[in-house]
Every structure is written in C-alpha cells, then in structure tokens.
Design a protein. Structure first.
Length: 318
C-alpha cells in the first residue's frame, strides 16, 4: 500500500516533469523529496491523521467495553490460583462436551480428550498467581494521567504560528517551494524567481490538503475530549464493580491462557479419514468455547497513556 508521503512525491514529481520538459528523468523525484521536506504542514498532517486514527480505534474499543459490561462473569473465588482456575475450565469442558455417535465418534472423543489434557498440562506449569481478595487494600483502577496529546500540541503550535491571511500563507509556501526550484536551477533551467513562483503554484495546486490542518486540529481536539471522558467513565464503572488493578491483571492472565490454548489448535488440511475429521471437529469446537470464555473474562485495563491504542487481548498487561 502506497503511503501518503510516497503518493505526494509521485504527484509532485509528475507536476515538475510536465512543467520542466527536457529535465533528466531522476531530477523531478529528487526535487519532490526536497520540496516536501520544506513543507512542515504535510508532515504534521500525516502525524495528525495517524493520531486521529489511533484515537478513533481507541474510542471504539473503550465504548465497546462500556457497552458489554463484562464485569459480573462467574469466576472461581478469591484465593484461587491460576493453575486451579485452568483446571476448573478443563473440568467444565469435559463435563459439557457431548459425546457423538457415527463414523467420527472415535476421533471426536480422542480430539476432545487431547484438547482437555493439553489445558490440564498447561495448568501444571502456569506461574503461580492467586485471585486477589476484593476486601483487601488493592488499588482501584486509576484514570489516565493528564499528559497532553503530543501530536495535537505540535499541530496546535504550528497552526497558531501560521499567518491568518490565506494569501500570506500561500505566499510563504510559494517562497519555500520556489527556493528549492531555484536551487535546482542548473539541472532544470529555473533561473528566475518569476518562473520559480509559477511552477511553485502548480506544485501547491497539486497539494490541496495542505490547507486542511486547522480542520484536522479541530477533529483531534474533539476526539481527545471524547476519549478522555470515556476512559474516566470506564475507570469509574470498574471501580464501582470492585475491579481492582490486581483483579484485572488476574482475570486478563486467565483469559490470555485460555486464548493461547485455543489458538494452539490448527485446522487439519486435506482431512479424509473419519478419525481425523472427528478429532479436528472436537478440537475446533472446544477452541471456540475457550475463546468465547476468554472474551467473557477479559477486562480492558485503563492505561496510563490515554492516547495509546489499547493492547490486544493476547498481549500482556505488565
């Protein structure tokens, strides 16, 4: 996928090649790189768009967490070690896995047994970690700190320094681009400020997004306010449900173990015999159950950095 900067270089190089016929083939692209380097608005625009995309994804994740209210799921009592919790899950799988009849039955039974045994084996090796007592003095989830969004600050500072008159802004950019064109004059024949200004206008006309930075800044501010409010709500709701930081870590550790066991199952390609088909059907079915159980248990922790994209379910909280 071509990124925005590469696309701009190609666009500017095409404009220059058309405006400066007879120039060596490699010169327009080299000039395009230099021209884009002296237009900080475009770099900030890319940074702002990336930050906006991250915030929008984060808003979606936090809102989904608030909507699903995952905090009343049935779990083993406080003091239960992670290993015992995994054994409990293994016992539930054994108890709730129906037997099958027919040509796939033997393979299905073997696949179910192998899957559960693998979970039990992991229970014997998982690091010790006891579910905390909610009556203890464990800290409640803390709200994200008040660190500012660095991208928003950088864009804000730059926009504040731009001339308020659009004509002056355009003149400043035309001068920056024109200076680069004159610098390449020996290669291109651009030997006057008038010609440089004319070509600079063509270049800037091909980059209309350069004037959108103030609007992008407004969107960043709005998303920043929304995200900070959502994190605050999430921290409050988790605290109201008695979810302490150690409890969240324990629950997420259990969910992560279940998901990793589920993800260890791979489909058998080219299955032909009934035993293999039954074995795979059992493994895939139990893996789906474990993933669903992990999704019930997992909790989205409130991060220190409110602007970072939350970790995936399979990533460590530590």
């Amino acid at each position: 996928m071509v990124d925005a900067d590469q696309q701009r270089r190609s666009t500017v190089a095409t404009v220059l090649a058309r405006a400066l016929p007879g120039t060596a083939a490699d010169v327009p692209l080299a000039m395009a790189r230099e021209i884009l380097d002296v237009l900080p608005d475009l770099r900030l625009l890319d940074d702002a768009r990336a930050a906006q995309a991250t915030m929008e994804q984060t808003i979606e994740r936090v809102q989904a967490e608030l909507d699903r209210s995952p905090w009343t799921v049935e779990l083993p009592p406080p003091g239960t070690d992670l290993s015992e919790a995994l054994r409990d899950e293994a016992r539930l799988l054994r108890r709730n896995t129906a037997t099958r009849t027919g040509p796939n039955a033997i393979g299905f039974a073997a696949g179910s047994d192998a899957f559960v045994r693998s979970l039990e084996a992991r229970a014997s090796t998982v690091p010790a970690q006891s579910r905390p007592d909610p009556a203890g003095n464990s800290p409640a989830p803390s709200v994200p700190d008040d660190r500012p969004n660095k991208v928003r600050l950088a864009v804000e500072l730059h926009v504040a320094g731009l001339p308020t008159d659009p004509a002056l802004r355009a003149q400043d950019r035309r001068t920056l681009v024109g200076n680069e064109l004159v610098r390449y004059g020996l290669d291109t024949g651009v030997n006057s400020t008038e010609l440089a200004s004319t070509i600079a206008n063509l270049v800037l006309a091909a980059l209309p997004e350069i004037d959108t930075l103030p609007e992008v800044l407004d969107a960043l501010r709005a998303s920043e306010d929304e995200l900070r409010s959502l994190w605050q709500r999430l921290a409050e709701e988790q605290a109201n449900c008695g979810l302490t930081e150690p409890e969240i870590r324990w629950r997420n550790a259990l969910a992560r173990e279940l998901r990793q066991q589920a993800d260890s199952v791979t489909p058998n390609a080219g299955m032909t015999d009934s035993f293999t088909i039954g074995f795979s059907l059992a493994s895939q079915g139990l893996a789906r159950k474990l993933r669903a159980r992990a999704d019930e248990i997992v909790v989205l922790p409130v991060p220190v950095d409110p602007w970072a994209l939350p970790k995936r379910h399979d990533e460590s909280d530590s």
